[in-house]
Write a protein that binds this ligand. Structure first.
Ligand SMILES: [Zn+2]
Length: 420
């Protein structure tokens, strides 16, 4: 009997918000599955970066997607680009010669049962699960078959981000993928509680409802897995989040501040470029900007909102390249205070000139705060003896090697390690 893998993502769900009242199914999994209580995200803890790290089992320095935004030089100097835009993968390929620098699970599963992804997340998060179309993707931005040919409308499903769309995507995933096509890897990426968490206070009734909806989706997938196991299938089940969230205090217009200080020539100048990543930032410098970099770094380090400044030489320790691609990075200061719903953790965030969304009082992520770095991670398989809390270093980069090992495939080239 061939072994199979089922991977389910609840976007942004931090582990301390999984309670028996709101999320009874996930709370039960914390006992029935191995519960990696020290699971970490990556830095920046943004969805697209995390998606690439989950699909490749690698840190950003290895797979090359260095944030939800990153600066690319396409021949006209450094420009900050948003990894969520549909043309971004093409831009990455043109600037660096390829999309991600390490193979994603979908590529590794070729000829071994293949990979099918049903994603209700943003296009960027969906695409970095399978950036070069080795598997099948179901997503509202355009579904594809292996090789990238578009799927006909009758062969896919279109869902909108949010609770109702997550429920539809889950039903399709259970009926058509887990119990239908039975691929080597079946992945479901739910948009909640991320979508709601960015628009309401963490722990508010609306946020708890979104968590409860995600929990109900998890229950449906568990039932589908149980039905397959009853047929004798051997399945590894990995249920996880990509990152958590903190409550936003204020939004810092860093690019404007650098221009006002004379540290950057203009808002759109290319010598010093800020790549905002929620509660984290990466600073890029061209050859012209390099001489200013020390002064820019000193200016940011002196700000009250700056929690942790990571100079270029220390970037590798945080999973980012120290080879000069990034000048330096920083994470915003973490404030452990609780919000009005008793949910701990506050942070400032960086202004993103491409977005006018206000996050103050609502959830955001990207940095190194203890809650944004506390995604849940539950694993269960026939060969997996662990049950309940497992107190060892673990993280989202370990999901891919864990799945590959169960499927008796090589995990060479993964930075993460199989969880056993
Ligand atoms: Zn996310």
């Amino acid at each position: 009997m061939a072994r199979r893998a089922v991977l389910v993502l609840c976007d942004s769900l931090r582990r301390d918000l999984i309670t028996p009242e709101v999320a009874p199914t996930l709370s039960g999994l914390a006992h029935d599955f191995a519960d990696y209580v020290r699971s970490r995200s990556v830095f920046p803890s943004t969805t697209r970066t995390a998606s690439a790290s989950i699909s490749t089992g690698c840190w950003p320095l290895s797979h090359g997607l260095l944030g939800n935004t990153m600066a690319l030089d396409e021949g006209e100097g450094l420009v900050c680009r948003n990894a969520g835009f549909p043309d971004f993968r093409g831009r990455m390929r043109r600037a660096t010669g390829r999309t991600l620098h390490r193979p994603a699970l979908a590529e590794r599963l070729q000829g071994r049962g293949g990979a099918i992804l049903v994603s209700n997340a943003s296009p960027g998060a969906a695409h970095f699960q399978d950036p070069d179309a080795f598997g099948t993707l179901h997503h509202r931005s355009g579904s594809w078959a292996p090789g990238g040919a578009p799927l006909a409308a009758g062969d896919t499903i279109v869902t909108e981000a949010g609770m109702a769309g997550d429920r539809l995507a889950t039903r399709y995933f259970c009926d058509e993928v887990v119990r239908g096509s039975r691929p080597g890897l079946a992945t479901l990426w739910l948009s909640e509680p991320d979508k709601t968490g960015h628009k309401v206070a963490l722990g508010s009734p609306a946020h708890r409802e979104a968590i409860a909806h995600a929990d109900a989706c998890v229950a449906e997938v568990l039932a589908a897995i149980a039905a397959e196991e009853a047929r004798g299938e051997e399945i590894i089940a990995v249920f996880m989040a990509d990152h958590g969230m903190e409550t936003t205090i204020d939004t810092i217009p860093l690019t404007e501040m650098l221009v006002a200080e004379g540290l950057k020539a203009a808002l759109d100048s290319t010598e010093i470029v800020v790549a905002p990543n929620g509660s984290a930032g990466t600073i890029y410098a061209s050859a012209d900007g390099w001489a200013k970099l020390d002064r820019v770094q000193a200016f940011i380090a002196a700000q009250l909102w700056c929690g942790r400044l990571i100079p270029q030489g220390e970037l590798t320790e945080h999973g980012l390249p120290s080879d000069g691609r990034i000048g330096f990075a920083f994470a915003m200061r973490h404030d452990p205070a609780r919000n009005e719903h008793g949910v701990s953790g506050h942070t400032d965030i960086l202004e993103d000139p491409e977005k006018d969304t206000i996050y103050t009082g609502f959830g955001q992520h990207g940095g190194l705060g203890p809650n944004e770095q506390a995604p849940f991670l539950f694993v269960r398989s026939a060969g997996h003896r662990g049950r309940g809390p497992v107190d060892r270093p673990a993280g989202i980069v370990d999901a891919a090697p864990t799945i590959l090992e169960f499927l008796a495939l090589s995990h060479e080239g993964c930075d993460g390690r199989p969880l056993r």
